[in-house]
Design a protein around this ligand. Structure first.
Ligand SMILES: Cc1cn([C@H]2C[C@H](O)[C@@H](COP(=O)(O)OP(=O)(O)O[C@H]3O[C@@H](C)C(=O)[C@@H](O)[C@H]3O)O2)c(=O)[nH]c1=O
Length: 184
């Protein structure tokens, strides 16, 4: 497995070693010792799986208490995946990184606690799977708007307007968000 820190170095792009043969392929998708060496010591307590159609945009989500680190990947289709640094003491506070994750590159993104996370589906269908370091806690969940102008995220132009959940349509700005009230 190859671990590549991105422009925000705590966000790490992971490329698995894929063993193809006449039966198909095999790859390790998580190995605690290697993950710890490159990304830090975390334990995962919840695994999630969502399916979305083209143009669906989920995010940008975070929890003001019990922040979740997420190890994310795509097992079908493709998404443009985005992590926004909302750790108020961070030199990269308010900065974002984005990568295409798809079933071909099989890459994974490590999004540490203290980041808002979201993705935009660029294929007809996308299956998105991820491990979380803390439990879902809806009472602490917040959403920053995907098109928040202070973030200026360059989402890909796929000719389809983003389709958002009701909750995500009510996303707030970076500064309206409650993050300043927390220890993120
Ligand atoms: C996230 C989540 C949702 N749910 C339920 C609540 C709701 O009824 C239904 C759909 O929830 P949501 O609309 O919040 O799902 P979704 O918009 O896919 O939320 C996810 O978005 C991506 C970008 C993330 O980063 C994740 O952490 C998570 O916030 O599933 C759980 O039971 N457990 C969970 O961990």
């Amino acid at each position: 497995m190859e671990f590549k820190p991105l422009e925000i170095p705590d966000v790490v792009l992971i490329t698995p070693r894929v063993f193809g043969d006449e039966r198909g392929f095999f790859m390790e998708t998580f190995r605690q010792s290697e993950f710890e060496a490159h990304c830090g010591k975390y334990s995962f307590v919840q695994d999630n799986h969502s399916r979305s159609t083209k143009g669906v945009l989920r995010g940008l989500h975070y929890q003001i208490e019990h922040p979740q680190g997420k190890l994310v990947r795509v097992t079908r289709g493709e998404v443009f995946d985005v992590a926004v640094d909302i750790r108020r003491d961070s030199p990269t506070f308010g900065k974002w990184v984005g990568v295409y994750l798809n079933e071909e590159n099989k890459q994974m993104l490590w999004v540490p606690p203290g980041f808002a996370h979201g993705f935009y589906v660029t294929s007809e269908v996308a299956e998105f799977q991820y491990k979380c370091t803390d439990y879902y806690a809806p009472e602490y969940e917040c959403c920053i708007a995907w098109n928040e102008s202070d973030l200026a995220i360059r989402w890909p132009d796929i000719g389809v307007a983003p389709s958002l959940s009701l909750k995500d349509q009510k996303g707030c700005t970076l500064f309206e968000s409650e993050l300043f009230a927390t220890g993120l």
